[in-house]
Every structure is written in C-alpha cells, then in structure tokens.
Design a protein around this ligand. Structure first.
Ligand SMILES: [Zn+2]
Length: 214
C-alpha cells in the first residue's frame, strides 16, 4: 500500500504518526485533554482517505499504461522484411497528425518510420482519415464494382473498430481527468493538514515543557 504514495504523502503520514504518538503520550501524562484525541481520530480518517486515493491513483494509471500499449504496430524492416533486428529509436508525427514509431534495422543499418499510429488516441485519427479517403473514393461514379464492395466492407470494419475503441478511450480519459481533480483537492488538503500539524506541534512542545497536571 505504501509504495503507491508520493514522497509528499509519505512525509505527511510520518508527521501524522509522530503527532499521534506525541498526543497519546501527553494525554496519558495528563498534559493534554482527552478532547485532543479527536484530532488524532480526524488525522486517522485523513490518512485512510489518502491511502484509498493513492490506491485508486495507482489503479487508474496502471489501466492507462495498459491502454497506451494496446496498439502494436507489427513493424518490420522495409529492406530485409524482418523484424528480428529492429530497434525502436523514437517516434515522429505524421503530417496528418498521428504519431508513429521510428526504428533502426541493425542488420541493414537503416532507419525507417513505420507508418502506423503508435497509440490508441492517434489510431482514432488514423482510422477516421482512412474512412474519409475510402468514402471519397466511393463518390466516383465510375468506380469498379468490386472495388466499391471492398471499400464498403473496409469502411464497415473500420467503423466497427472505432465503436470498440472510442468508449475505452473515453472511459480512460474521464478517469484520468477525475483523478487529476482529486489530486488537486488532496494536495490542498494535505498542505492545510501539514500547516495545522506544525502549529499543533509547537503548542505541544510548550505543553510538554510544563510540569504535569498530576
Ligand atoms: Zn533490415
């Protein structure tokens, strides 16, 4: 559970734990009234909330990572036709807007761009571009009937792919947007809590310096 936390979150949990131990000790020594225990309870709730948030963030980002990787471009070297010696060396944007992978074939010693999108978001642009191209082709009154049938079949297939891909992308984008909103809220809450605890710590230091009530 702990590994899901950001350093700033770990820091606040340390601070909360320190504060709680200190408060418990002071209550036992009669230097702090029992109502201060309420602060400890509130802190515990916040820490639990933080763990839930961190676990959720880790799940969302993991699903995002999986989605980013679903597009396999099956690249092969244009010279030797094999994929056994190719190495991914980067990516470059196509003029139509999709990002594609750049490879090097260590066998042929050439670099090449593989003209397929390398992520699901750009796959949508890519598919739409091809549907548009095919539909333009269909407008030609002299189109060969066989080609017409082929194009229509491909359009249906591509639209079907889009229907499957779009909801997955949308879900992930919504999840990420919501996560970012919660991140902002959580960061503000932790910031306030940290300031509060630091002030309480100073107060406790002064109480601790006083002789005990008993
Ligand atoms: Zn090659």
């Amino acid at each position: 559970m702990n590994q899901n936390l950001k350093p700033s979150e770990r820091e606040i949990i340390k601070l909360v734990n320190f504060f709680r131990k200190r408060a418990e000790k002071l209550v036992l020594e009669g230097k702090l009234s029992a109502e201060h225990e309420q602060v400890s309870i509130a802190c515990e709730k916040l820490v639990n909330k933080l763990y839930t948030h961190a676990g959720n963030r880790s799940d969302v980002l993991e699903r995002r990572r999986v989605l980013e990787g679903i597009i396999k471009d099956n690249a092969s070297c244009p010279k030797c036709g094999k994929n056994t010696h190719i190495k991914h060396i980067g990516s470059e944007k196509h003029e139509q807007g999709w990002s594609r992978n750049k490879y090097k074939c260590r066998r042929c010693n050439i670099e090449f761009l593989w003209n397929r999108p390398n992520n699901p978001w750009d796959m949508v642009i890519f598919i739409n571009h091809f549907i548009e191209k095919l539909e333009t082709g269909l407008l030609d009154v002299n189109i060969d009937p066989e080609l017409k049938q082929q194009s229509e079949g491909m359009i249906l297939q591509m639209k079907d792919s889009l229907d499957k891909l779009l909801p997955i992308i949308e879900t992930s984008d919504t999840e990420l947007r919501e996560l970012n909103e919660r991140e902002t809220e959580m960061a503000k809450m932790l910031h306030d809590l940290k300031n509060y605890l630091l002030i309480e710590k100073i107060k406790m230091d002064s109480w601790d310096a006083q002789p005990g009530a008993n």
